[in-house]
Design a protein around this ligand. Structure first.
Ligand SMILES: *Cc1c(COP(=O)(O)O)cnc(C)c1O
Length: 385
C-alpha cells in the first residue's frame, strides 16, 4: 500500500507501512533486533546488510512516515534533533539559513552552538510576516527553516507563501511539523521540500521513545539525506521503530481528543479572572487565525498562558501545584504536561533574546493530554486558585 493520498486519514495512519510479515503472517511488523544479516554470497543479500544502513522494522516505519505526510520518502533518525542535524549537513561553509526567531530551543542551540562554528550562517527573523523572510534572502540562502505553530508562543507562519519565496530563491524549505502532527497539517502538500518531526511527541504519543524523522518527495534529496543518515549513523533501533509504528496507528484518535480538550482548556483559561494572556491558535482573534484555519484541520492541544500576577512566585506556585498536569519537558503524549519554557525547554536561548521575542519568565506552557477535560480543568482551577 503506497498510494495513500486518496483514502481517509485514519485508514492511512493504521495501514501505512504495514504489510503482514512474509515468513509468519504476523500482522505487526516484527522487531528485527539484529545488527547484521547473513549473506548468500559476498554482497548478495536479501536487501539488508547492516542495520545502520537499513533494518526491516525501520524500513516499515520509514514507509509509514512517507505515507502520513503524503510524501514519497521517509527517513528515521535517533531523535528530532538528529533529523534537524542531518538537514544542516546538506549545507557547506558560507551557506546561509533563514530560521524562525521563535522555535524549539534545542534547534536554536544546534544552529548557533554547533553549526555556526563550521561557517554556516543563521539569520533569525519573525517568519509570521513573510516580508521579513524575503528581506533576508541573499544569493547564499540555501535553506529556510520554519516551525508552525511555534513552540511555545503558538505563532503561525504561512507555509504556502514561504514555499513560493523559497522556490524563487532556489532554497529548500523545511518545516518542523512536530506541534501540528500530520493529522492537523501536511507541509509537503503546501509546497515545502522537507517535513521534520520530533516523533518523540505526537507520533510516538506515549512518552516512551525518543525519535525523529524527515519526509520528502524529491528522490535526489532523499538520496543525499539517506547518505548522511547512513554515514553519520544517528539511526533509531528496531524496538524504538516498532513503538512509533504502533503510535502512528492511533494518531488520528488521539489528535481528535487533544483538539477537543485543547479547545476546552484554552477557553477555561481565557475566562479565568486570574489568568492574563492565553496563546492558542484556535482563538478567532489570534493574530494569524486566518492562516491557521487555512492550513490546519484543527488547532491541537498545545497552548501557553501567563497569570495576571507575573511574579516568579505566583508562576512557580501554579507550576508546582497541578496534580494531573505533570511538571516535565516534552509534549504530545497521552498524559497532560505543564512546563516553564524560560527555565526548562527554552533555557538555552539567552534571556534578552527570549524577552525580545515575547517569551517572558511568566510564561507557562501546557501540553493538554487526552484525559477527561473536566478533570484537567478542575486541576488547573485548583492550581491557579
Ligand atoms: C522536541 C522537539 C524537537 C526535538 O526533538 P527531540 O526528539 O527531542 O530530539 C524539535 N522540534 C520541536 C518543535 C520539538 O518539540
Amino acid at each position: 500500500m503506497n498510494e495513500h493520498t486518496s483514502i481517509g486519514i485514519g485508514t492511512k495512519f493504521i495501514h501505512a507501512g504495514a504489510e503482514p510479515d512474509p515468513t509468519t503472517g504476523a500482522i505487526m511488523t516484527p522487531i528485527y533486533q539484529t545488527s547484521t544479516f547473513v549473506q548468500d554470497a559476498p554482497n548478495e543479500h536479501k536487501g539488508y546488510d547492516y542495520s545502520r544502513a537499513g533494518n526491516p522494522t525501520r524500513a516499515a516505519l520509514e514507509t509509514a512516515y512517507a505515507a502520513i505526510e503524503n510524501g514519497k520518502f521517509g527517513l528515521a533518525f535517533s531523535s528530532g534533533v538528529a533529523a534537524t542535524d542531518a538537514m544542516i549537513k546538506l549545507l557547506a561553509p558560507g551557506d546561509e539559513v533563514i530560521a524562525a526567531n521563535d522555535m524549539y530551543g534545542g534547534t536554536y542551540r544546534l544552529f548557533t552552538k554547533v553549526f555556526e562554528k563550521f561557517g554556516i550562517k543563521f539569520i533569525f527573523v519573525d517568519t509570521t510576516d513573510t516580508k521579513n523572510i524575503e528581506a533576508a534572502i541573499t544569493t547564499k540562502t540555501k535553506l529556510i527553516w520554519i516551525e508552525t505553530p511555534t513552540n511555545p508562543l503558538m505563532n503561525i507562519t504561512d507555509i504556502a507563501a514561504v514555499a513560493t519565496i523559497a522556490k524563487s530563491a532556489k532554497a529548500l524549505l523545511c518545516v518542523d511539523n512536530t506541534f501540528a502532527s500530520p493529522y492537523l497539517q501536511n507541509p509537503l502538500d503546501l509546497g515545502a521540500d522537507v517535513v521534520m518531526h520530533s516523533a518523540t511527541k505526537y507520533l510516538g504519543g506515549h512518552s516512551d521513545v525518543i525519535q525523529g524523522c524527515l519526509m520528502m518527495n524529491d528522490e535526489a534529496l532523499r538520496d543525499q539525506l539517506f547518505f548522511i543518515q547512513k554515514s553519520t549513523g544517528a539511526v533509531p533501533g528496531p524496538m524504538d521503530c516498532f513503538l512509533v509504528l504502533r503510535g502512528i496507528k492511533t494518531l488520528h484518535v488521539r489528535m481528535q481528543r487533544h483538539c477537543e480538550n485543547g479547545r476546552k482548556v484554552a477557553e477555561f483559561l481565557r475566562n479565568h479572572p486570574k489568568v492574563g494572556k492565553v496563546w492558542w491558535c484556535g482563538f478567532t482573534d489570534h493574530p494569524n487565525y486566518t492562516i491557521a484555519k487555512q492550513q490546519m484541520r484543527d488547532f491541537g492541544g498545545m497552548m501557553s498562558f501567563e497569570l495576571k500576577d507575573t511574579s516568579d512566585a505566583a508562576t512557580k506556585r501554579v507550576l508546582m501545584s497541578t496534580k494531573l498536569f505533570s511538571l516535565a519537558e516534552s509534549l504530545g503524549g497521552v498524559e497532560s504536561l505543564i512546563n516553564h519554557p524560560a527555565t526548562m525547554t527554552h533555557a538555552s536561548i539567552p534571556r534578552e533574546e527570549r524577552l525580545k521575542n515575547g517569551l517572558s519568565d511568566a510564561l507557562i506552557r501546557l501540553s493538554v493530554g487526552i484525559e477527561d477535560a473536566d478533570d484537567l480543568i478542575a486541576d488547573l482551577n485548583e492550581a491557579i486558585g
